[in-house]
Design a protein. Structure first.
Length: 490
């Protein structure tokens, strides 16, 4: 196998001390030889304490993969763990058999087993991860960057910020603490506050949908676990990655929220910045200094550096003081120590603040009437810890039906006290309505639905198969918040 170095090629990776965001490495497959991707364990230094986590290591020994424009996703996944696993290629649209859901339809890989994948990938900032919730909690995930031709022609320096939440407690025990309600005992009222007027079934007394849309935002349950650390490129703010940049240069920051149960605000500081893509799909540039990334979402942010110096880019935990990040710094710049906690808590995630309604796709779906419209009701509660779609957990789910080729509109109506990043496999959808207001929004594969809100997406039903539709907050998925988008042949 050979390795191809591109002029601006970039593979976002890190083991422990290796520079995660700055290695200009590309891995190119030979026609008959797939790229080797190993599911394995690795050791991190978390604030001076060793931690064994999982990871997906590419052919150059680093975390993740990056592909050149028009390069096929020709990959051999090798399971070097001592447990079975399978990887989902988040944001991609492979044939259903290669989608990476255990036993739907392919079985997981046993320890020591390997499997080949081959499909034409979608360009953009994507990622890959185990679809087994405890393994995603254990950081079995990595960037998956598919470059566009304009990326190679641009003078932008590319930087990846790969975000995680981390606990020294085993993923299995973390999941048990969350789903049993034990984790709530350690939460403060800022991180987990009761929602006024809400009954345990998630419904509201004395309010109709129109009244809810016009009412003031209510306090919601924001976080259901306090992790030991929040990581950007495998590191905390006590020892952040410092990425060398050119004074006065332009940076394309590829943000990937790979956290299992944490939403982040991304703050770019004083340097002029604009959001240019979400979930790998270009949007009309939206200027700003704070952008939201729910679990599984990705942001491409262009930053114009005003000159030499050090420029922190921070990821703030929703509704809390914890934060992580990286530092963009010119050669010789003095990098100040950054506290891992802020003086005040970051705000709750909100579609207005997060600017979802302002996003406009540069290449929207073709305009056509919907052949099928369906509401998807999101419900659940913190105690007992159960989260549902249409009132059902996965073991008793009713599929959301569609026919291949149909234009489908799905309204995610959240009647619970927590927000839900809803992810649909095998499709790209367009956000077309928030709380009854229509607009031609961004293309995505994961949309955040706040408490007591309704968000509608439009899509063209693809391959006739069973495609997963679920919340990407892993404890929610594990406790039932998953169904299937069942596409049949017309």
């Amino acid at each position: 196998m050979t390795h191809h170095l591109s002029r601006r090629g970039f593979l976002a990776t890190s083991a422990a001390a290796a520079a995660f965001a700055t290695m200009p490495v590309f891995a190119r497959a030979q026609a008959a030889e797939p790229l080797l991707l190993r599911a394995t364990t690795r050791t991190l230094d978390i604030d001076g304490r060793a931690a064994t986590v999982m990871g997906l290591i590419g052919p150059d020994g680093r975390l993740g993969l990056a592909l050149d424009p028009d390069q096929r996703f020709a990959v051999r996944l090798e399971n070097q763990l001592d447990v079975e696993t399978l990887i989902h290629w988040h944001g991609q649209i492979p044939p259903n058999a290669q989608d990476g859901i255990p036993n739907l339809p392919m079985p997981p890989l046993a320890a020591g087993e390997s499997r080949d994948y081959d499909f034409a990938p979608l360009a953009g900032t994507h990622w890959m991860h185990s679809h087994i919730p405890t393994q995603e909690l254990g950081m079995l995930a990595a960037p998956l960057i598919v470059r566009r031709a304009e990326d190679l022609a641009s003078d932008r320096q590319e930087v990846v910020m790969f975000l995680h939440d981390f606990s020294f407690t085993s993923p299995e025990e973390v999941m048990e603490q969350i789903t049993s309600g034990m984790a709530m005992q350690g939460m403060d009222h800022g991180a987990m506050s009761a929602m006024g007027g809400m009954r345990m079934d998630g419904s509201m007394s004395g309010m109709d949908h129109g009244a809810m849309a016009q009412s003031e935002p209510m306090t919601a349950d924001l976080n259901d676990y306090n992790f030991d650390a929040y990581l950007a490129n495998d590191r905390t703010l006590t020892d952040p990655e410092v990425v060398q940049v050119e004074p006065g240069g332009r940076v394309l920051l590829r943000v990937i929220n790979a956290a299992a149960a944490t939403t982040f605000w991304i703050e770019t500081g004083t340097a002029p910045a604009r959001l240019v893509a979400v979930d790998g799909h270009p949007v009309q540039p939206l200027p700003g200094h704070r952008f939201g990334a729910a679990m599984a979402q990705r942001l491409d942010i262009e930053i114009d550096l005003p000159g030499g110096g050090a420029f922190p880019v921070l990821a703030l935990r929703e509704g809390a003081v914890e934060r992580t990040g990286i530092v963009l710094a010119s050669k010789g710049a003095q990098v100040e120590m950054l506290a891992a906690t802020a003086q005040r808590a970051a705000p709750a995630f909100d579609l207005k603040l997060e600017q979802e309604g302002l996003l406009r796709a540069t290449m929207p779906l073709a305009d056509r009437p919907a052949d099928r419209k369906q509401m998807v009701m999101l419900g659940g509660q913190m105690q007992p810890y159960v989260w549902t779609i249409d009132g059902r957990v996965w073991s008793e789910h009713q599929p959301v039906p569609a026919v291949s080729g149909e234009r489908v509109e799905l309204m995610f109506h959240n009647m619970s006290s927590m927000g839900h990043p809803m992810h649909l496999h095998g499709h790209v959808f367009q956000v077309v309505e928030i709380n009854g207001v229509r607009f031609a929004g961004a293309l995505r594969d994961t949309v955040y639905v706040p408490p007591m809100a309704a968000v509608t997406v439009a899509l063209d039903a693809g391959e006739a198969a069973r495609w997963m539709l679920h919340c990407h907050q892993m404890p929610h998925l594990a406790s039932g918040m998953m169904t299937e988008f069942a596409v049949t042949v017309g």
